[in-house]
Write a protein that binds this ligand. Structure first.
Ligand code: ATP
Length: 233
C-alpha cells in the first residue's frame, strides 16, 4: 500500500533522512520506532508532502506521490494524526470533525459523526466544547476522529499516545485495535514498544535517518539486544 524508497531530506544544510526505506501492506499495522531525533517525524512529514525530499520516492497504492502538495496527498487517502494533535483551537469538537470530512474514495461504510461518537463516547459529551478546552486525551481522540472522518485508506499517527495518562493510552490502543480489525491500514510512531508489539504486525527501527532493523512483533519481542541498543528499552 505504501512504499518509501531511499528518501533523503534536509533542513537547510542539515540532513535528516539518509536513505529511508519502509513499507506498509494493506490491512496491516506497521510502526516506526526509534529514539528522539532519529527522523521518524521527518519521514512522516515527507510522506505527507509537508517536507520536500531531495531524493527518493514515496509510492501509495502503486502511484508516485513524492513531493505532491499535502492536500493532494490527503485526498488520495492518507489520513494524518500529527504530533502534538494540532486541533483547531477555536472550533468545537463537532466542527473539528466535520470541517475536513469527506468520502472522496466512495467508501460504502464511511466514517460518520455517529460512528466517531460511538468509538469515542467522551467526544460526544464534549460536542460543543472548543478544541482548546479539551484535555490531552480528548484532543488525541479528536485528532484520530478528524483523520477518520476523511475516510482514509491509510491512517498515520505520529506519537499516538505521547504525554497521555496510562488509562487514556489504553483507550487509544483499544480504539486502534478496533480500527485495525475494521481493515484499515495503519502506520504508527510511538515510544511504548510493549504496546506496539501487541497491536502491530511489523516494525521498522530508525537510527540516524535510516531503517536499521525490520521484523515482526514476535521477532522484535525476541530481540532484546536490538531493543536495548536502538530503543533504549
Ligand atoms: P522525536 O521523537 O523527538 O520527534 P524524530 O525521530 O521524530 O524525533 P525528527 O523530528 O524527524 O526525529 O528529527 C530528525 C532530525 O532532524 C533531528 O536531528 C532534528 O533535530 C532535525 N529537525 C527536525 N525538525 C527540524 C526543523 N524544523 N529544522 C531543523 N532541524 C530539524
Amino acid at each position: 500500500m505504501l512504499a518509501v524508497r531511499d528518501l533523503e531530506a534536509f533542513y537547510g544544510v542539515s540532513q535528516a533522512l539518509f536513505g529511508m526505506n519502509l513499507s506498509v501492506e494493506a490491512g496491516e499495522v506497521a510502526t516506526l520506532l526509534g529514539r528522539n531525533g532519529m527522523g521518524k517525524t521527518t519521514t512522516i512529514n515527507t510522506i505527507m508532502g509537508i517536507v520536500k525530499p531531495r531524493a527518493g520516492e514515496v509510492q501509495f497504492e502503486r502511484s508516485a506521490i513524492t513531493g505532491l502538495p499535502s492536500f493532494r496527498i490527503a485526498k488520495l487517502g492518507l489520513g494524518l494524526v500529527p504530533e502534538g494533535r494540532q486541533i483547531f483551537p477555536n472550533l468545537s469538537v463537532r466542527e473539528n470533525l466535520v470541517a475536513t470530512a469527506a468520502n472522496r474514495l466512495g467508501d460504502t461504510t464511511p466514517w460518520t459523526l455517529e460512528r466517531i461518537y460511538q468509538m469515542f463516547p467522551g467526544l460526544k459529551a464534549r460536542e460543543t466544547s472548543m478544541g482548546n478546552l479539551l484535555s490531552g486525551g480528548e484532543q488525541q481522540m479528536l485528532a484520530i476522529g478528524r483523520a477518520l472522518m476523511t475516510n482514509p485508506r491509510l491512517l498515520i499517527l505520529d506519537e499516538a499516545t505521547e504525554g497521555l495518562a496510562p488509562l487514556v493510552r489504553e483507550e487509544i490502543w483499544a480504539c486502534l485495535k478496533r480500527i485495525k480489525d475494521d481493515g484499515l491500514s495503519i502506520l504508527v510512531v510511538d515510544k511504548n514498544v510493549a504496546d506496539l508489539i501487541k497491536l502491530a504486525d511489523r516494525h521498522h527501527v530508525v537510527e540516524k535517518g535510516r531503517v536499521v532493523w525490520t521484523g515482526t512483533s514476535a521477532e522484535l519481542a525476541a530481540d532484546t539486544d536490538m531493543q536495548h541498543r536502538y530503543l533504549g528499552v
